[in-house]
Ligand binder design. Sequence first.
Ligand SMILES: Cc1cc2nc3c(=O)[nH]c(=O)nc-3n(C[C@H](O)[C@H](O)[C@H](O)COP(=O)(O)O)c2cc1C
Length: 325
Amino acid sequence: MKTKITEMFGIEHPIIQGGMHYVGFAELAAAVSNAGGLGIITGLTQRTPELLANEIRRCREMTDKPFGVNLTFLPSLSTPDYPGYIKAIIDGGIKAVETAGNNPQKWLPAMHEAGIKVIHKCTSVRHSLKAESIGCDAVSVDGFECGGHPGEDDIPNFILLPRAADELKIPFVASGGMADGRSLVAALALGAEGMNMGTRFIATQEAPVHENVKQAIVAASELDTRLVMRSLRNTERVLRNGAVDRLIAKEKELGANLKFEDIMAEVAGVYPKIMLEGTMEAGAWSCGMVAGLIHDVPTCKQLIDRIMAEADAIIRHQLAGFLRA
Ligand SMILES: Cc1cc2nc3c(=O)[nH]c(=O)nc-3n(C[C@H](O)[C@H](O)[C@H](O)COP(=O)(O)O)c2cc1C
């Protein structure tokens, strides 16, 4: 397939692996890129710019294909050294950056000067238009279904994507709820130029996370995610577990008085325990409703090849077959 996204990022298939905290290490990014998609290293999972530079070097040893880095601008306990991370990205020869969270305008000139294409993740049409107006090259439109932070508007992709298509001039990919060839064809039909997947890529052989995490996704249905931290305007879609139930009970009890400190035990510093150690009850971790469509743990190449073959068959046979001669 050739789309504006495959052309922009120099990739074979219009499939991007979204940045994921404690999942997007070099192993996964390289596997996705080697399979013809765009793999992405999660910048802030590397605690310092030096460690990110090292992770970029490790990834380059594993693939000669293009890969990117995610830089997330979300509320956090201490402000990361963003100038240092940007320098590591530029010095590392990266040509694709996925930004997410707050407005990345301040960082665009330096990245564009270095020949980097910036795709900003947005959960609304108005934020997508803002991204376009400040000079982002593409948008990843993240619907209400998505794992991670769906924003506060709660618009699912069946509405959000065609709305984005009606308004945007720059290309966009569909993100949230994407799993297979059906997702890709639907995304293209709704106006996207490709798709971004998070949760689906966790349940792959190469994702360097504990086996328990992969099995939790395979076991989960589309009914098993919950939204947390809404009252803090930092809504996150997570997989339900004991810690999430406790968190939700606190939210109910404290209502608008809830503070981040009240839920530290359930959300702060839990990713390494879950992703690396497989302690599944350690806290709340992002997971999309798409878990209901995930039933296996293939290699990234098997997954991407299967998606592309399925999409090809749907377009050529299933859809074309509906047309009267
Ligand atoms: C475990 C996990 C961690 C994530 N961490 C980040 C992150 O650090 N930065 C970011 O921009 N998006 C993050 N995301 C969001 C993904 O990049 C992607 O937008 C989202 O997963 C798409 O929805 P899907 O899970 O339905 O495919 C995360 C998602 C998951 C599931």
